[in-house]
Design a protein around this ligand. Structure first.
Ligand code: NAD
Ligand code: ZN
Ligand code: ZN
Length: 197
C-alpha cells in the first residue's frame, strides 16, 4: 500500500486530548490554538531572535500532517492556551492573525498615517491591528471591490482602488501634503506592484 496524502489544515482551535510526559503547560481538556510554524530552535536565525524566518521551519498542514482531522500533533512550544470564553471562530484563526500582528508591530505605528496595500486575509487583519494599536489614519489599497468592502468593515478610514485612482495624490490631499508614514505591502506581488501604489 502506498503512503497516504498529507493532511492539510494550518489554522485550528481544539481541546488537548493527550500530552507527552515532559509537557507542563497544558492538560487534558484545555482549549488551545497554535503557532503552526515549527522553528528548529537551533539555526543561527532561531538563536538570534529571528525564528519567524527559520530556514528549517516545518509548517504544520503544509510540510507535516495538519489540523483538518480529528487529532493533530503539535509541539508544546507552539501551543497557545486560550481562555475558553474566546469564540471558536476567533480562536481558530490566530496563526494568520499573528502574521499581521508581527508585520504591523515591526515598526512604529501609534499616531502614524498607515497605507496597507493588499486586503486579503492578512491585510484585513492588519487594518484591525493598526487601529487597535493607535494608528491615526489607515488607508486600505486594494484592486478587488469585495475586499475593499470588507476593508471598510474592518474600519479603514478610506479604501482606494489603485487600478482606477491616483492613490498617492488622494492620500496627500487628505493628509494636507504629508505622505503616509508606514506602508505595509500585503499583496503578495513579488518584485513590485503593477500599479502605482
Ligand atoms: N495567508 C497566510 O497565512 C500568510 C502567511 C505568511 C505570509 N503571507 C503573505 O502575506 C501576503 C498576503 O497574504 P494573503 O493571504 O492576505 O494574500 P491574498 O492573495 O489573499 O491577498 C492579496 C490581496 O492583494 C490584492 N492585490 C494584489 N496586487 C495588488 C496591487 N498591486 N494593489 C493593491 N492590491 C493588490 C489582491 O487583490 C488580494 O486581495 C502574501 O505575500 C502572503 O505570502 C500570508
Ligand atoms: Zn531555525
Ligand atoms: Zn501560518
Amino acid at each position: 500500500m502506498g503512503s497516504l496524502a498529507l493532511i492539510p489544515g494550518h489554522e485550528f482551535c481544539g481541546e488537548v486530548a493527550a500530552y507527552g510526559d515532559e509537557v507542563t503547560s497544558v492538560r487534558e481538556g484545555d482549549f488551545v490554538s497554535a503557532e503552526m510554524h515549527v522553528a528548529c530552535g537551533k539555526c543561527l536565525l532561531c538563536r538570534t531572535g529571528e525564528a519567524h524566518i527559520c530556514q528549517n521551519v516545518k509548517i504544520i498542514g503544509v510540510d507535516v500532517d495538519g489540523a483538518f482531522a480529528e487529532y493533530v500533533v503539535i509541539p508544546e512550544s507552539n501551543i497557545w492556551k486560550l481562555d475558553p470564553g474566546i469564540p471558536q471562530e476567533y480562536a481558530s484563526i490566530l496563526d494568520p492573525l499573528g502574521n499581521a500582528v508581527h508585520t504591523v508591530l515591526a515598526g512604529e505605528i501609534a499616531a502614524k498615517t498607515v497605507a496597507i496595500t493588499g486586503c486579503g486575509p492578512i491585510g484585513l487583519f492588519a487594518i484591525a491591528v493598526a487601529r487597535a494599536v493607535g494608528a491615526a489614519q489607515v488607508y486600505a489599497i486594494e484592486v478587488n471591490q469585495h475586499r475593499r468592502h470588507v476593508a471598510e468593515q474592518m474600519k479603514a478610514d478610506l479604501t482606494l482602488d489603485p487600478s482606477k485612482q491616483d492613490v498617492n495624490a488622494i492620500i496627500l490631499e487628505r493628509t494636507g501634503g504629508l505622505p503616509y508614514e508606514r506602508r505595509l505591502i500585503l499583496c503578495g506581488a513579488a518584485g513590485g506592484s503593477p500599479f502605482s501604489a
